[in-house]
Design a binder for this molecule. Structure first.
Ligand code: ATP
Length: 384
């Protein structure tokens, strides 16, 4: 019996195999070569065709639609006959030259919003905050009371502010106040940073704002905390570049969301900024973040309260007198007072001690002052 022939591994083998088995080599060879040419033609076409652009359908009018292209501009375009039925909000692929809608992308664009914002149930209590009694009372009245006792406001017939704006130097406890009110009302704390909204999620800022508020309503009671609000809501003389237009759109969406809220909804908005001077007045108009609360650099008494809070769990030597330490901390923010405590602890650890002595604090205070000076110089180097 003749030895069994091996199966062909590639086109050449295949031709040879057929040649040796069928006896009609040219027909078969022709067929295989045609198939190969067709496949290669298809492949070349793929390389030559221009890409389709992904756009969003804004509105539909019969066989036309308004679409938004990725840079934010909108166009009235035709819809191809082969396209599936569309609705506003759908993502579609459009021809680059004439923007005709070719087909629908079978996914709806939804953020997993929790990937973009910080969501937590904070456990900061009012007693963790030092020297901000006046601010605490005001926040309790404006945010806590309406969330806890909305019926009281209905009875009396007044509407509480929808949100507040905390403004003041960095590190003075603005975030802390917002977290404390979220904790005291058992609210979900949703934090977003203004500069991230406009830098990280280019083209998506407005959508993100919209979805963030939808998310807050689903998670209510909720506090939406927008840090560095000035990055989003600063006065603009003219809106020229596409980047500025993008920031402006995000800001407009924020205003629309604020306007859409009812004051007694159980979602409250807290904005925070170090630069109230550059804020667009639109954001603080009545019915928006119209309660402004100044969070100052702590005075001597406030510094002492803050120092007490941050040294509460520290093992202090008897020679540590908090009253005299705060004298040396003139101009320190709450964050700097906290940093001094941590640094003092490190000086003790480096000296192999288990108690913190006053000299540790002195060195720590000098270090914090030095760090602050370097930071200020770097900042001036960059912007000054
Ligand atoms: P930024 O403007 O830079 O965002 P901020 O005003 O929001 O700052 P926080 O983040 O609240 O400042 O403060 C930073 C840290 O400093 C807090 O986690 C806290 O440990 C400490 N701190 C600041 N202010 C106080 C305060 N009044 N009482 C107690 N601790 C404080």
């Amino acid at each position: 019996m003749p030895a069994k022939e091996a199966k062909p591994k590639n086109i050449i083998d295949s031709i040879m195999y057929r040649y040796s088995t069928s006896g009609s080599p040219y027909e078969e060879e022709n067929r295989i070569l045609k198939e190969t040419v067709n496949r290669l033609k298809e492949e070349i076409e793929k390389y030559q065709s221009s890409p389709l652009m992904v756009c969003e359908v804004k509105e539909l009018f019969g066989n036309n639609s308004i679409i938004k292209i990725p840079n934010g501009n909108q166009f009235l375009v035709n819809i191809s006959n082969n396209c599936d039925k569309l609705k506003s909000g759908d993502l579609v692929l459009v021809e680059q030259k004439n923007l005709t809608i070719i087909r629908k992308v079978p996914i709806t664009r939804r953020f997993n919003i929790e990937k973009f914002v910080i969501v937590e149930k904070p456990n900061i209590s009012w007693s963790d905050i030092g020297g901000l009694d006046k601010q605490t009372i005001e926040i309790k009245e404006v945010v806590e009371l309406p969330l806890k006792k909305p019926e009281l406001f209905k009875k009396i017939g007044i509407t509480p502010p929808k949100g507040i704006l905390l403004y003041g130097e960095p590190g003075t406890g603005k975030t802390l106040l917002a977290k404390a009110v979220a904790a005291s009302t058992n609210s979900t704390f949703i934090e977003v940073v203004g500069s991230e909204l406009v830098q990280k999620f280019i083209g998506e800022g407005a959508k993100l704002v919209k979805e963030m508020f939808e998310f807050a309503r689903r998670k209510a009671p909720a506090i939406v905390f927008i840090d560095e609000l000035d990055a989003l809501a600063s006065k603009r003389i003219e809106v020229g570049t596409s980047g500025e237009r993008e920031v402006n759109r995000t800001f407009m969406q924020l205003l629309a969301e604020l306007d859409g809220f009812k004051p007694l909804d159980n979602v409250k908005i807290i904005g925070a900024t170090n630069r109230k001077d550059i804020l667009d007045p639109a954001i603080v108009r009545p019915g928006r973040l119209d309660r402004l609360i100044y969070v100052p650099i702590p005075n001597k008494e406030a510094r002492l309260e803050i120092l007490r809070i941050h040294t509460k769990n520290m093992n202090l030597n008897n020679n540590v007198h908090l009253e005299s330490l705060v004298e040396k901390m003139e101009g320190f923010s709450g964050a700097e007072i906290k940093a001094s405590c941590t640094e003092a602890g490190y000086f003790a650890i480096r000296s192999n001690r288990e108690t913190v002595v006053k000299e540790d604090f002195f060195k720590a205070i000098d270090k914090v002052k030095e760090d602050e000076k370097i930071e200020r110089e770097e900042h001036l180097g960059m912007f000054g």
